[in-house]
Structure formats: C-alpha cells, structure tokens
Design a protein around this ligand. Structure first.
Ligand code: ATP
Ligand code: MG
Length: 449
C-alpha cells in the first residue's frame, strides 16, 4: 500500500474523469515501497500530448518535453511530469533512441524501462502493476534488467552506470546476467556524456553499497577513470597497511562522510601511489609525496568529467593534504590552522579518519586517539578566539604604511606578524606590532619563526 500525495491523486483523478488512464510510475513507486520519500512523482498516461494539455487547461503547464511526450503540470510550487505511454525506436548511438513512438498500452511503456524495480506503476496506491517481478526483486535486494540485459545495455550505455548507482544507493545485488552484460558492454560507456557520468559516479560513491560495488566492478569504474586502474591489486608492504591500494581505497570511500567531495577525495587519495612507489633496502614499500601525484590525477579526472569548480577545489585540497602528519602540540596545530585556514584544517579530519579506518587494524586505536587530540586542540583554540588569521591581527595593511611598509611588502609583513603572534607569543596589540614591524623592516636581526 502506497500513500499517494494529494496532488498526484488529483492529477490521476483528472485523467480518469476525461476518460484516460493515469499511473504513478518508476522511481516513486520503488521508493514508496521501500518506505522512502520519493524525490519526485512521475505520472504516465495513455493520453496523447495534445490530450494531456486539454485535460490540464487552466493549470500552469511547462511544455519543454512535449515532443517526447512529457508535460509538466504545476500544482502550487510543485511540478509533476506526466508522460504519454511510449516505446523507444531503434538505438544507433548506444545512448538515445533515434525516435520514440506513443502507444496506448501501459505494459509496453513499462517494458522500455531499465530495471524491474523501476518498472512498477500504481493508480491508487493499493494495486501495483508489476509485470517483471520488481517487488520480489526489491524484497530480495536484487537489481535486474527488464528483458534481456545484453540488449538493454547495448541500447543505452548509461544504464550500465545506473545499474551500479542503484545497486549502491539501495544496497542491491546485481543479478548475474545483468552484471555479466554490464561488464561485457562497458566499452560503450564512451557514448555517455561526461556530465552524466559524473552525476552517476557521485551518487554511486555516496551510496550504502559503494565499497561492495567498487570491489566487484573495478573494470567498469576504470572504463570511466582509467587513471585509477594501476591501484588494482597494488600491494603495500609496510607496517601501516593491511590491504592493496584498491581495496584500501574502496574501504576509505565507505568510511568517509556521504558527501560527493569527501567520497571523491577518498577515491583519488592514493591514486598516485603506484607512480610514487619505491622499495627500501629492507624490502619495505614507500610512497613518498604520492599525495601530490594523486591530487594531479584528481584534477585531470575532474576537469574531464566537467566537475563544478567548488567540488574540484575541495577534492584536490583534501587529496593533496590527506597525508599530513601533525604532532599533537598546540604549536603544530596552530601552524597548520594558519596554513590551511581553520575551516580547511577541520575539513581534513574526516579524511584522516576514513583513511585510518582502512589501515592496519592494530594501529587504529592509537592513531584514532591522536586525531581526536588534534581536533580537541583545534576546537579549543577556536573557542578561545586564538589569533590564527591576518584579519585577527591588531594591525592591517593601512596601519603598516605609518612605518613605511606598503605595496607588495605588506602581505609578507602581515604573515610574519601573524606567525610572531600565533607561534612566538608576541602580544597582539597595535603598538607592539607596529614597533615589531619597524624593527623587522630595519633588519634588527630577529630570526623568523
Ligand atoms: P531517481 O530520480 O531517484 O534518481 P528514478 O528511478 O526516478 O531515480 P529517473 O532518472 O528520474 O530515475 O527516471 C525515472 C524512470 O524512468 C526510472 O524509474 C525508469 O523507469 C525510467 N528510466 C530513466 N532513465 C532510463 C534509461 N536510461 N533507460 C530506461 N529507463 C529509464
Ligand atoms: Mg526520478
């Protein structure tokens, strides 16, 4: 039994009044059966696009999708997409049908849909039209193509990524035939736009089942991100590690906060390890400065995937700084808070923790306690309003002019003063800082901290 929202009932009732069929369909039925709040409620009908328009005369309508049979009806602030039953024509580009054809049988419309769990419909919330066993699959946690998997992925390669994404978000097992077909057709992913790939990848990474999917389908991930392939099976013979690089990576992704930037950062954080690998005379593996190579790989990949700038910047920052070793002293924490910004410093802690959780289990408790200690120090400094940035200094660039410092020297001097205040205990007041600036300028021989 599904509780249809009032607006959905109103739309279906209007279609019925005018002699047409109307069903809630697809993702909303799946989500409602799982007890989740659907993102949106899509409706399908045997009314043609022109008939739909007549049914909803008087409502605000958005007609942009009408050629493909979709009319958006606005009820208050909410938009509802109503789509005429349709089947797809032939596919020649592994992505979009060359044409669509409107039909008047719900069954035909359901059979064009990608997965059984996405191919259910209901008019009243009580009776579910479920021709392909979607409910049973949902109950058993299975993702399965509608019809012949090989054919369905061959038609539209995006479905390969959708399969991994749904399996991850809803923690479903991909049925063997579906999995086999997805793997065998992975090369056709080159027909999918980078934007669509990126959007599916982010959802996949943020899903509950991401670790399992990354470990089960590395070849598909490497088809969209070939730069990651060297991680697979790359051993790490040193006391910190218990897993090869790819296994470690998949685990850290799952341990990180379920936000795209964090999950992407963990996906890339060790991608530079194979290139940075050296072995010492005792046979121990080292990966010096791998984080810089990883950050470069992340940037290359995210630019190609047309990531938004904010995500790209955050991911590259987290990757570049993920391997910082910070002693748990106030001075060391202050130094990093100045260098990274307080926000930047705190944003790294979840990365340290996720990375740690997938290392040698014997070392976890001690290292975890160390990270907790770093956080405690940082939060205490913030609550004490410790001087950690230039804007907190008792002087600004303008003030420095009075002691003859201007232009490009200003920034350097302010940084120097901040270090003196934060790290050497110089008093943060105007007079002290101006006279200190003056003596530094005159080269009075103070050593820089
Ligand atoms: P969500 O909106 O939560 O991401 P959804 O299942 O609603 O998931 P949409 O992309 O909104 O996904 O698509 C709505 C429905 O349209 C799907 O449930 C599915 O029935 C069908 N569908 C979407 N994309 C495809 C596709 N590439 N091939 C076949 N059917 C598809
Ligand atoms: Mg949807």
């Amino acid at each position: 039994m599904i509780d249809l929202p009032e607006n959905v009932k109103t739309i279906i009732a209007r279609l019925h009044e005018k002699g047409f069929e109307g069903y809630a369909v697809g993702g909303c039925v799946r989500d409602a059966l799982l007890g989740k709040q659907p993102n949106d409620w899509d409706i399908t009908t045997n009314a043609s696009p022109e008939e739909m328009k007549r049914c909803f005369e008087g409502c605000r309508l958005i007609e942009t999708g009408l050629k493909h049979g979709t009319l958006t009806v606005m009820l208050g602030k909410e938009g509802y997409e109503i789509t005429t039953y349709r089947v797809d024509g032939t596919y020649t580009d592994h992505r979009r049908p060359d044409s669509v054809r409107f039909v008047d049988d719900l069954r035909e419309d359901l059979s064009r849909r990608d997965f059984t769990v996405n191919a259910m419909a209901t008019a009243d919330g009580r009776e579910i039209v479920d021709l392909f066993g979607g409910r049973e699959d949902l109950k058993n946690g299975i993702l399965r193509c509608v019809g012949e998997a090989q054919k369905r992925f061959d038609e539209d390669a995006l479905r390969i990524l959708r399969a991994l994404r749904f399996a991850s978000t809803y923690d479903l097992e991909i049925e063997p035939e579906t999995a086999k077909a997805a793997l065998s057709l992975r090369a056709t992913l080159k027909n999918v736009s980078e934007e669509r790939i990126f959007s599916e990848l982010k959802k996949l990474l943020c899903g509950k089942g991401c670790e399992r999917i990354l470990l089960r389908f590395p070849e598909i991930v490497f088809t969209i991100l070939p730069e990651l392939a060297p991680m697979l099976g790359f051993a790490q013979n040193n006391p910190h590690h218990a897993y090869d690089v790819w296994t470690h990576t998949a685990k850290t992704v799952a341990f990180a906060p379920a936000e795209p930037a964090y999950r992407l950062a963990m996906l890339f954080h060790d991608s530079g390890k194979p290139a940075a690998h050296t072995v010492d005379e005792d046979g121990v593996d080292h990966f010096k400065l791998h984080q810089l190579i990883s950050a470069q790989i992340a940037e290359t990949c995210l630019l190609r995937l047309k990531s938004d700038t904010a995500t790209l910047r955050q991911v590259c920052f987290l990757v570049r700084e993920h391997d910082l070793r910070i002693p748990n002293t106030e001075k060391a924490v202050k130094k990093q808070m100045i260098r990274l910004g307080s926000e930047g410093f705190l944003s790294l802690l979840p990365v340290f923790r996720a990375d740690l959780m997938a290392q040698n289990p014997a070392m976890i408790p001690e290292k975890a306690a160390h990270i907790d200690e770093l956080e405690k120090i940082a939060r205490r400094l913030l609550s004490e309003n410790a001087c950690l940035k230039i804007s907190q200094l008792a002087v600004n660039g303008n003030d420095l002019k009075s002691v003859g410092i201007s232009g490009k020297d200003t920034g350097e001097m302010l940084k120097r003063l901040l270090n003196e205040v934060a790290l050497s205990g110089v008093k943060n007041d105007r007079e002290t800082l101006l006279s200190l600036a003056q003596s530094i300028k005159n080269g009075d021989g103070r050593e820089e901290t």
